[in-house]
Design a protein around this ligand. Sequence first.
Ligand code: WTA
Length: 609
Amino acid sequence: MSQSLEQFQKVYAESIKDPEKFWANIAGEEIQWFQKWKKVFSWDYPNYQWFVGGRLNITHNCLDRHISAGKGDTTALIYLNEKYKKKTISYRELLRQVNKFANGLKSLGVKKGDMVVLYMPLVIEQAVAMLGCARIGAVHSVVFAGFSANALRERIEDCAAKVVVTSTWTLRRGEKKELKSTVEEAIENLGFVRHVIVLQRDGEKFELIKEKEVDFKGLMEKQSGVCEPEEMDSEDVLFVLYTSGSTGKPKGIVHTVGGYSVYTHYTTKKVFDIREDDIFWCTADFGWITGHSYVLYGPLSNGVASVMVEGAPDYPAPDHWYKIIAQEKISVFYTSPTALRMLRKYGEANCKKHNFSSLRVLGTVGEPINPEVWLWYQKNIGADKLPIEDTWWQTETAGHMIVTLPGLRQKPGKAGKPFFGIDADVVDASGNRMPVNGKGFLVIRKPWPSALRDCLNNHERFEKYWNEIKGVYFSGDFAIKDEDGDIQVLGRSDDVMNVSGHRIGSAEIENALVSHPAVSEAAVIGKPDEIKGERIKAFLVLKPGNVASEDLLADVKYHVKREIASMAVPEEIECVASLPKTRSGKIMRRLLKAKELRQDVGDLSVLDK
Ligand code: WTA
């Protein structure tokens, strides 16, 4: 199925000339609808809709239709943990469990449109919970289980969740990290949270708080394994996922059922050249968009087996992941540059111990990949020949936007070409196309099916995506486009950092820092890091009477961990007498960064001297 450049260009040109026709064909061929749409696309700038009037349910496409096609006994999910403990579940059994969970939600009074927050480990039950919500039209919002009680509370409050689903603990490097107690702290005095569904792991029995807490398995046991899928409107909300922006508050990115179903299904199929018997391993967690689109919905919609591994890449041994690739006969492997840089550090000898002959397609996502890491990946994991799909996309785009499909010439370090139907460009601040190889802003000229529809409780913020540069979607990334039209993404153009592939806003960390009693002002920058891509450095102005002692700085770090998450904790802290500011009082992070990296500090005319 891999294609020539001519074939690709022909289909791409058609898809751009008439995107409505292109997506209508795909939607009709690839997705089952309870009722066909009346209009493919409507655009009332900046708002848009896809497959207007169509009715469907994503769980029908991910589960029921495969069972009807005789694939009920095929493996849907494979779970593994650090001890190589394995659980698999077939499409038939997954549907039964999803239905039981969906009926359980109903029995708790959850209805279509209600918000359910998930704070769970990467286990099959989390997939059951997400699909269970989607089955009845409840809206899931998954919060990564590494976030603190404060960060979790902020999200639960913002979306006014009726139910929270959690687990007793999650496993990381041999240690159990408690989750239920974090939820207890997060929901204190939040009366609107009616229930907490608790997954008790490995037969452990925790004491449940009677009024609110419900046992996950106990809830399912009582229910029927049949639950008709809710007939959702194409534009009904499927999920909300919070992500960092340049303001201090995370944004709840809203995605709807129809466009998301079509786009994630089709990108999974084309980008990974999917085959029926694929064993598909995307190493992301459900807490991020990659977990939503390419661990759960995309692979299941395509009817393949999707692998999920709870734990760290290098625990209990540096070759843990290699062992999984060999033993599980993984055919598609999709991971992040950070993970690859870590694996590379452990050396090639680890790769040589394992047989990777099952692999067919490799991929990366989350950050720019250094050309030398790309080449290392292809040589040592990809038998010197496998395609590497460097996929550029975002929480807001929900699916791959820029990627060089298998079969086309790939350039290490360049994500490459826009996907079918995606009109991407590199422009200046006024929206004019940059000359070849000129650095500019990466934008998308028209809405695509899985584009974000809204920011929860903040439509203005949504509009900003399409107003920053009038008329186009502003990604917030810098990029350059070469003479062949291949795009290289350079990184963020705004005050958002990318630490180990995780997006985190400078302002969010600064807010946490200044909420420490000893801190008066704070500025945060990202510095290049060999493994993580970027690491965080904070500059602090302390309140009078405080001394920058080791103890104080350790306490400030602990405070950030409590406020947000470990991944947001600055690795370096420098205490300074003052921070550079513009005359209007805005902290000039750009200047701090340039000085720190000994780069040209650029235009200083706005600096308040
Ligand atoms: C960055 C993750 C370079 C980019 C799917 C983007 C990348 C942000 C790539 C979105 C890539 C993602 N090459 N940079 N292949 N993929 N990024 O929302 O800065 O967690 O804006 O979505 O990650 O991060 P998010």
